[in-house]
Design a protein around this ligand. Structure first.
Ligand code: NAD
Length: 294
């Protein structure tokens, strides 16, 4: 494709490798991060204006919805006519819709396109994008999704990408806890962990958490459990995503009891115990160390 000029805001764990992949594919990428971080092949800008004013496409990869709203307001002021805004952060559905409305009002196409696949996927260019926005906006963004990822699903109008992301991660959080508590129970029943894996991974209890990201060290494919539960996907990021799904559930009055309990368990683990900085699969040693009384 013809090289594009891309402004990339937020060069953290995810944004830096994503921006580097776009540069490696031949695009002119200018990046800005408040922390002063940069990425391979990416020209560093001193502020948001410098990063976005020449850009055909602006991509944001930021920590949360309030930062996104603030950055998007500044970005939109300086974008050139005809440019496209793609937000890849995981944020609340409201902030995604608000950003899309602000962009549209100023005459820009926009897409909310959160990702799944983690830091490994960002580096390897194998992320999955779940996108919300118009057909035109999605079509314009797709060639860039193809560079940074292996799959992009157009989920619907603005906010639909975030909706898909938080529903997926609500399943993931609850499934990881269920997988971990089953291992902890199996231990107490003197069932060998490898046997447990051999059975469940090929039976109706199988899941991505069991089969691809097994929380028991030495069992199944290599996962953060084999690396002292170093993330991976940190427990605090799972807590964030479960919080977003409960926020959304409250907003639309949806009954999500498993999601609510998963949020509470990760909240305890991260805020009251020693879960911060550990992979979200470290729920297994947490549960193993407990009994029914706590
Ligand atoms: P990160 O904290 O490493 O990166 C965010 C970056 O944004 C930081 O470098 C920070 O300095 C920068 N930033 C903050 N405010 C800014 C501002 N006003 N202007 C410019 N830059 C600013 O986080 P991450 O792990 O890269 O995650 C980014 C997003 O992707 C989050 O929404 C996260 O939930 C989501 N996500 C992360 C993962 C993962 O495995 N890390 C996976 C999927 C989705």
């Amino acid at each position: 494709m013809t090289p594009l000029t891309i402004g990339f805001i937020g060069l953290g764990n995810m944004g830096a490798p994503m921006a580097a992949n776009l540069a490696a594919a031949g695009h002119r990428v200018t990046g800005y991060d408040v922390a002063g971080t940069t990425a391979e092949g990416v020209t560093q800008a001193g502020d948001i204006e410098a990063a976005v004013k020449e850009a055909d496409v602006v991509i944001t990869m930021l920590p949360n919805g309030s930062i996104l709203r603030q950055v998007a307001a500044q970005t939109i002021t300086h974008m050139k006519a005809g440019a496209l805004l793609i937000d890849c952060s995981t944020v609340d559905v409201e902030s995604a819709r608000n950003t899309s409305e602000a962009a549209e009002k100023a005459g820009f196409l926009s897409v909310d396109a959160p990702v799944s696949g983690g830091i490994g996927g960002a580096s390897a260019g194998t992320l999955t994008f779940m996108a919300g926005g118009s057909v035109d906006a999605f079509a314009k963004a797709q060639p860039l999704f193809d560079i940074m990822g292996q799959k992009a699903v157009h989920c619907g109008e603005a906010g639909a990408g975030q909706a898909a992301k938080i529903c997926n991660n609500m399943i993931l959080g609850a499934t990881m806890i269920a997988t971990c508590e089953a291992f902890a129970l199996a231990d107490k029943l003197d069932l060998d962990r490898q046997k447990m894996f051999d059975v469940v991974s090929t039976s109706s209890g199988f899941s991505w958490s069991m089969n691809n990201y097994c929380p028991a060290p030495g069992v199944g494919p290599t996962s953060p459990a084999d690396n002292g539960y170093k993330p991976g996907f940190a427990a605090e990021l799972m807590l964030k995503d479960l919080g977003l799904s409960q926020q959304a559930a409250e907003a639309v009055n949806a009954d999500t009891p498993m999601g609510a309990l998963a949020l509470e368990l990760y909240r305890q683990f991260v805020e009251d115990e020693d879960g911060r900085g550990k992979d979200f699969s470290a729920m297994l040693p947490r549960l193993s160390a407990r009994n029914r009384d706590g």
